[in-house]
Design a protein around this ligand. Structure first.
Ligand SMILES: Nc1ncnc2c1ncn2[C@@H]1O[C@H](COP(=O)(O)OP(=O)(O)OP(=O)(O)O)[C@@H](O)[C@H]1O
Ligand SMILES: [Mg+2]
Length: 276
């Protein structure tokens, strides 16, 4: 168990936006300098690529980018960075949205697939709302909140954590039923963001597929209740799960895919709330 003073200090730091209270706000016309050119064309800028991308940003009606967040690229704070993209805040119609910028070295040549998968997820009330997708950018609803591991560090109340994880599993159930496999939920420390109202959002549908057998519920249970640091944290808050029993329940769920089987999984994970 983490000492209370540590939790309070971390909460203060996170709630202040990791010490970066104010975002750097850069209008679209001021992006043609470093480090912004390199962020738009991460990790290697080229004049031509930058011009193409700037044009695409204008077509998306983006007027400003804001640099804020827990991650850094070229000493500049951003919302996130992965193998495919760098994610920053973009302003469109005076609203803050999240912009995933395709890395120039990404193994995807465009963002269309991710856009399609996210749209499909949105139809199931899952994921940040897709706004627009282009060759190099995906514009979506900005989720202002914390990634699950950070959220669990400062939200130690049993009922609140159980409600949150049940909602995550419900979303996974809907994805399973619809035949949409997220593909990266067995290790998801960066793929669940909880907004300020306590609502979880599953992000990053670039590896998602409708052509595989979906395993969202089993994968997320592996991550949340069976192995790894997050499962340890969850066990501290909710109590230990009997792993053998959970594996049996998941096997049945996987085999029959029934709502009964799903409810049994919730029970074994100590997050059941008499769901119908
Ligand atoms: N809609 C959003 N609102 C706020 N933050 C977001 C949003 N989407 C993504 N992020 C942040 O950006 C990070 C990286 O996003 P994402 O996982 O989509 O990128 P990626 O390049 O595919 O990463 P990876 O290589 O880990 O798969 C996320 O972990 C999250 O912290
Ligand atoms: Mg990804």
């Amino acid at each position: 168990m983490l000492p209370k003073t540590f939790i309070l200090a971390r909460r203060n730091r996170l709630e202040r936006g990791c010490g970066l209270a104010e975002a750097f706000r850069i209008s679209i016309d001021q992006l043609d300098r470093e480090p912004y050119m390199s962020i738009i064309c991460y990790p290697r800028p080229s004049e031509q690529e930058f011009r193409t991308r700037l044009e695409e940003l204008r077509k998306l009606d983006i007027t400003e980018l804001q640099f804020k967040g827990e991650k850094e690229v070229f000493n500049t704070p951003v919302l996130g960075k992965g193998y495919v993209g760098v994610v920053v805040i973009a302003v469109r119609d005076d609203r803050k949205e999240a912009l995933k910028i395709r890395r120039v070295d990404a193994d995807r040549v465009q963002m269309q697939h991710e856009g399609e998968m996210l749209k499909r997820a949105n139809s199931l009330y899952v994921g940040p709302k897709l706004l627009k997708v282009g060759e190099n950018f995906l514009l979506m609803q900005f989720i202002d909140g914390l990634l699950l591991p950070a959220w669990l560090e400062i939200n130690r109340e049993r009922k609140q954590a159980a409600n949150l994880l049940r909602e995550v599993l419900e979303q996974c159930w809907r994805l399973d039923k619809a035949g949409l496999d997220h593909g990266e939920l067995s290790h998801a420390p960066k793929h669940i963001i909880i907004n300020r109202n306590g609502k979880p959002f599953i992000v990053d549908f670039e590896s998602a597929s409708e052509d595989r057998r979906p395993s969202n519920v089993t994968s997320i249970c592996q991550f949340l209740f069976i192995g790894g640091a997050v499962a340890e944290e969850v066990a501290e808050i909710l109590g230990r799960v009997d792993k053998e029993t959970l594996i049996d329940a998941l096997r049945d769920y996987k085999k029959y895919g029934t709502r009964e089987g799903f409810k049994r999984v919730l029970e074994v994970c100590n997050i059941s709330d008499n769901v119908s």
